[in-house]
Design a protein around this ligand. Sequence first.
Ligand code: GLU
Length: 431
Amino acid sequence: MATNETADETADGTASESTDSARTTALRQLERAAAHVDVDSSVVERLKHPTKVQQVSVPLERDDGSVEVFDGYRAQHDDVRGPYKGGLRYHSNVDSEECIGLSMWMTWKCAVMDLPFGGGKGGIAVDSKDLSRDETERLTRRFAEEIRDVVGPTKDVPAPDMGTDAQTMAWFMDAYSMQQGETTPGVVTGKPPVIGGSYGREESPGRSVAIIVAEAIEYYDWEIEETTVAVQGFGSVGANAARLLGDYGANVVALSDVNGAIYDPDGFDTHAVPTHEEQPEAVMSHDAPQTLSNEELLELDVDVLVPAAIGNVLTADNAGDVQADLIVEGANGPTTFAADTILEERGIPVIPDILANAGGVTVSYFEWLQDINRRQWTRERVDEELDHEMRKAWDTVRKEFEARDITWRDAAYVVALSRIAKAKETRGLWP
Ligand code: GLU
């Protein structure tokens, strides 16, 4: 299981306080942003409630022959713009409140990117590090069966998240296909390319974070070659973001995994540090002049801070000590509502997760299109179209940010809410 919780993959152990649930934070953000848009209050009211939350029991025969039962969930928030879409996480913190909050964020994320999807999120309350590969496979197959009725390529399309990966999606897709009696690649995204996955999907959330950091650097009139960046989390999102930012010329001066952080004011060759997937928890063994804790990394005097590990790391406790000039969210929900307010008061812009890490679900959309059309795109085409979609979304959000003089998060919510409200008003309420 990954060390770094990001849009796709997560680590654990860096949050200093347990704060509001993802659902509470998502609701507060919605209420706050709704004040900036001319949306019918009944639409906002409907968006406060998930459409459906499925809870299932997932029994697992452990390798020693004993049987354990885990709780599994699939929250479906809203599907007015298309099938529910979002990851499955295997993590001990998974519960229905967390899945509901994360499914809300997926609704906004898909709408910010103008993808024809709604929001979903699910998972199993299990620490994936405690499972052998065979156990993970059996658990995944049984979970796929338990939620089979509510998923499907035109209903709800899961993807990787914390503690799950391309192989998990392959098992899920196989279990679903076996029961349906036909190979159905479009039931999940984030699969290995050999069974209908998309090239570039694995790198895509990190890629989008790097693109958005670069856009923001340009917006604020900085030089990327003179920009210092600290990245918390070196899993799929953090590592890919750090590497691409290094390729763009930025100076990545701090990196971390679950065990702690390394710091070099001269910058790292990020390609030389193994990602969690390449070698789990290897960041601290990389040669570096200084080591820090994950908490210290968040308070470094850098230009850009990218929290790409777990949720709730920027809190009321440390937001006052953040010295970065810009925060770009790689993880889902790294900033609590209270921290957001403090950072706003301090004039530190926060580019939200629902824009910055949206490359993951955007390439998931490309994968879904490839599956439906039975035609694989090249890596070059994926990257090119992703870059185009990210810049388009950035421009749309930037226009709202400038026109309304609101935070970046509120601007992204305004874009999302306006699109969703328009769809709801046009479709009407049935019956
Ligand atoms: N789990 C990812 C996210 O939080 C991707 C979801 C997807 O591709 O459906 O954005």
